[in-house]
Design a protein. Structure first.
Length: 69
């Protein structure tokens, strides 16, 4: 998740914080924190991932390609 936010920031020049991401995606700040926690595994639903992609202006395909690299 952190990497997705960094990708968005690089593309847009916008420093989006996690609370901003929560507001823009319509997800709770707690959900954003759980997803971004690298110490714990979080199973996000497809709906959640789609909302994050829309908020970050990244396609699901781009996200999957990035995770594959």
């Amino acid at each position: 998740m952190r990497e997705c936010v960094k990708l968005y920031q690089q593309r847009s020049g916008n420093d989006m914080s996690y609370p901003d991401l929560a507001r823009k995606s319509g997800l709770s700040p707690d959900t954003i924190k759980k997803i971004s926690n690298t110490r714990r595994h979080y199973n996000a639903t497809l709906h959640t991932v789609e909302r994050l992609c829309a908020a970050l202006e990244v396609s699901l395909t781009e996200l999957l390609e990035w995770r594959h690299d």
